[in-house]
Design a protein around this ligand. Structure first.
Ligand SMILES: [Zn+2]
Length: 452
């Protein structure tokens, strides 16, 4: 089966290629980018459109699946696909929805909207090994169990280890080094939602540099905008640069919004932590539960924390200038941090990628080649995905075809699952997965496992 994507503006940052040409695909793989009008079984007219490698989301949170029927919920996955993401990485911030070994197998059995790789989450290994108290340290026997569990998940193909230290304040350096060290021999990534934000973010990012120095692992600061986007970004990015200059393999990701999203019961909202934001309760929007759609008051906050800790909130607390600064920085790539309960939650799961093109690349805040690299080749390189993120011959034929002048996100905090405009086609493995904002095939995605 040969497909020719004809006459589009092909943009491939990994090869520094930007030209109107044709893209030939055969049996799920890229054959070549060519000026020739080669014969094919199927021709997709891309004239007037931009053609890029499928977007890679280095930071999202995987969907749940029905424990009884095994059916994937695919709420977030559908949104991912419809915004052009062909490969996403879940298991972030220390959390796994289920045992990542089983989850990856499940994806391969059922298919998924987009390809999915997983990190093995520190918090998940901790809880699975009996460390249920997030505020308390775990003993050595528990750490040994966590280590064995993480090792087994890495052997099953997890792409690295994630931490969500902010959410598990009892985490000691010892458990971090033991898990991170497992990634060093293969060069897999260690990501973290770092221990603290706002004024304490500097020490928290330094802790990741210490971890890298202690173990030789490669580190990724997750959603740096929501960690240091409250007036700290300028200094924080200087710190990251200095760690890099000092030999640490460090990068960051960021989503293009000035509001974060997390559960009301998380440590983010522990009174001493919330006080750091220097804001009143009205900065918090309840996204799910009894008070969905309402801004918090002291009464709602207290009730939610006591009775519905799993309800999702959005916190309108970050500074736009800081988020912009992060997204322009060469050591920062795009990551959606997509997280939602059904159709409720933050719009980033449905809008982050088109929003970034519309509001950062198209406006010139970020250069075109550099901007597209942050959503294709840069995350592919970071994750060791040799066959993705570019149109090199033999690569997986994951492709997005979109109207560069008109692409835009439409998802809002009120309606966070709305489909973006301006994306004509999303191809996964050479097959059409989505067309004109609708899903054509929700089962083309497979597990992505470490191959390095
Ligand atoms: Zn996080």
């Amino acid at each position: 089966m040969k497909t020719l994507i004809k006459g589009g503006r092909i943009l491939d940052p990994a090869q520094n290629y930007d030209k109107v040409a044709n893209l030939l695909i055969e049996d799920g793989k890229i054959v070549c980018v060519t000026d020739e009008d080669l014969p094919a079984d199927r021709v997709i007219d891309a004239s007037g459109r931009m053609v890029t490698p499928g977007f890679i989301d280095i930071h999202m949170h995987e969907d749940p699946y029905d424990e009884k029927t095994g059916e994937m919920k695919q709420d977030i996955s559908k949104s991912m696909l419809l915004m052009g993401v062909t490969t996403a990485i879940g298991g972030n911030c220390g959390d796994n929805y289920a045992d990542p070994r089983a989850y990856l197998d499940h994806i391969d059995e059922c298919g998924n909207c987009m390809n999915l790789g997983l990190l093995v989450g520190h918090t998940w290994t901790r809880e699975t090994s009996g460390g249920m108290d997030k505020y308390a340290p775990v003993d050595d026997a528990t750490i040994a169990k966590m280590e064995a569990l993480a090792k087994s998940c890495l052997e099953a193909g997890c792409m690295g280890v994630s931490f969500g230290v902010k959410y598990v304040p009892g985490t000691r350096m010892e458990e971090m080094t033991r898990l991170a060290a497992l990634c060093t021999p293969s060069g897999r990534l260690v990501t973290s939602h770092v221990r603290n934000d706002v004024s304490r973010v500097f020490a928290a990012v330094k802790e990741m540099d210490d971890l890298a120095k202690a173990t030789g692992c490669r580190v990724q600061i997750s959603h740096i905008g929501s960690m240091g986007g409250y007036g700290q970004m300028k200094q924080l990015l200087k710190d990251v640069e200095s760690y890099k200059a000092g030999g640490t393999d460090i990068m960051c990701d960021c989503y293009p919004y000035t509001a974060f999203s997390t559960f009301i019961g998380s440590t983010t909202y522990d009174p001493e932590n919330y006080a750091e934001y220097n804001a009143d309760y009205s900065a918090i929007l309840m996204s799910t539960g009894k008070y969905a759609g309402q801004r918090c008051t002291k009464e709602i906050y207290d009730w939610e924390r006591a009775n519905a800790p799993e309800d999702i909130t959005v916190g309108f607390l970050m500074v736009e200038e800081d988020v912009d600064m992060a997204l322009r920085h060469p050591l920062v790539m795009l990551g959606s941090d997509g997280l939602r309960h059904g159709a409720q939650g933050h719009p980033r799961a449905a809008g982050a990628f088109p929003r970034y093109i519309a509001e950062y690349i198209r406006t010139g805040k970020v250069g075109l080649m550099e901007g597209i690299a942050k959503m294709t080749s840069l995350p592919a390189e970071r994750l060791g995905l040799a066959k993705k993120g570019s149109f090199k011959p033999g690569n997986d034929a994951d492709v997005v075809i979109f109207d560069y002048e008109n692409i835009r996100d439409t998802a809002t905090f009120e309606q966070p699952a709305l489909v973006p405009e301006g994306i004509d086609y999303v191809l996964i493995g050479g097959e059409i997965a989505a067309k004109d904002g609708e899903i054509v095939n929700a089962h083309l995605g497979r597990s992505v496992r470490w191959e390095g």
